[in-house]
Design a protein around this ligand. Structure first.
Ligand code: NAD
Ligand code: ZN
Length: 348
């Protein structure tokens, strides 16, 4: 079969022929119907080097996957060949306290996981291929009716990651609150939809691109702002001087982290999701009182089930552009150039 593989750090992916996987005991092979292209893949190609993460290339890219069950290994029950499924992407050990409640991203026994701190497309072969080997059937999540694999694939990361970040801030997102989404790309535009679908907060979308702001408005943002030196001031003006109760930074670069702090309200949340390489100096007087600053990594399996439900009910609908596998590099190039709208989904 064809697969888009990352041959090494600081290198371009290559479309090559590899053997089709077969399902061992407890495993499942999924025929890929859609594999989302994430900006994290660009970080893998351009920014990371040995030691940045506890795994290394080569592997097949694609950590946002959905499709149909193709082959069931011995002992797998409750799934049927041909059934449409999403793949829960972070693959932990399965037995530690975190994994037992479906929080694989924070697996506490990574040495016993199929790959420490990663999954398919992140250290192990991912879904930018015709078939994906899922090493444990608990990662295969049946799709609710009304959701096809192309829609479902981005929900497994571009949906799940913002959902997890937003959900942990729900108590701060009441009707008088304001949430700011910085970076209205693959994750951010779904983040705006999730905020509108699950909270009564006002949503301000911030990006450097007009096209992204237009998508933010289409997704329900109450206000959009081009990011620049005055954005924090603009956010304060728009919130009666208070600032934003929750800031979600889907970029994570120096200017957005600075903006996040400058725009946050006392007792607010600043959640850093983007892996843009920025740093944020924190001291007693440099951030508003009682602002909680956190990073988040992906989301839990129960949260994926909730996101798929939002998708099936039409409350969250990623804006997708599909590309055939042979044009996957074009999708990444467009993401890099800022000419992609929403999420690119590779359909092999
Ligand atoms: P994307 O390229 O689709 O979107 C990024 C958006 O940010 C674009 O619209 C871009 O115009 C905008 N942007 C860039 N610089 C900006 C700035 N200075 N101010 C405002 N907007 C700016 O990327 P994506 O796939 O949505 O991923 C976003 C980030 O999240 C990446 O760093 C990715 O690696 C990371 N990520 C993190 C997790 C996690 O679990 N923490 C999961 C997936 C992706
Ligand atoms: Zn674990």
């Amino acid at each position: 079969m064809r697969a888009l593989r990352l041959p090494g750090w600081k290198s371009e992916p290559e479309l090559v022929q590899v053997d089709e996987p077969t399902a061992g005991p407890g495993q499942v092979v999924v025929r890929i119907g859609g594999a989302g292209a994430c900006h994290s893949d660009l970080h893998l190609m351009h920014d990371f080097e040995a030691g940045a993460v506890p795994w290394n290339p080569p592997f097949t890219l694609g950590h946002e996957n959905a499709g149909w069950v193709h082959q069931l290994g011995d002992g797998v029950t409750g799934l049927e060949v041909g059934q449409p499924v999403a793949v829960y992407g972070p693959w932990g050990c399965g037995t530690c306290a975190r994994c037992r409640v479906g929080v694989d991203p924070y697996c506490e026994n990574p040495a016993a996981a199929p790959v420490p701190g990663g999954g398919g497309g992140l250290g192990l072969d991912g879904g930018m291929a015709e078939y994906l080997l899922v090493p444990d059937d608990r990662h295969v999540v049946p799709l609710p009716e009304g959701l096809d694999p192309v829609q479902a694939a981005p929900l497994t990361d571009a949906g799940l990651t913002p959902y997890h970040a937003i959900r942990r801030s729900w108590p701060k997102l009441g009707p008088t609150s304001t949430a700011v989404v910085i970076g209205v790309g693959g994750l951010g535009h779904v983040g705006v939809q999730i905020l509108k679908a699950t909270t009564a907060a006002r949503v301000i979308a911030v990006d450097t691109r007009e096209q992204a702001l237009a998508l933010g408005a289409e997704c329900g943002a109450d206000l959009t702002m081009l990011s620049g030196p005055d954005t924090a001031e603009e956010i304060r003006r728009a919130t009666g001087g208070r600032g934003a109760d929750v800031v979600l930074d889907f970029v994570g670069a120096d200017p957005t982290l600075t903006l996040g702090v400058a725009a946050a309200r006392t007792v607010g949340d600043l959640t850093i999701v983007g892996i843009g390489g920025g740093t944020l100096p924190v001291s007693f007087f440099s951030v508003p009182y009682e602002v909680s600053i956190q990073t988040t990594y992906w989301g839990s399996r129960p949260e994926l089930i909730e996101v798929l439900e939002l998708g099936a009910r039409g409350l969250v609908r990623p804006k997708t552009t599909t590309f055939p596998l042979q044009d996957a590099l074009t999708a990444y190039r467009k993401m890099q150039d800022g000419t992609l709208e929403g999420r690119a989904v590779i359909v092999p």
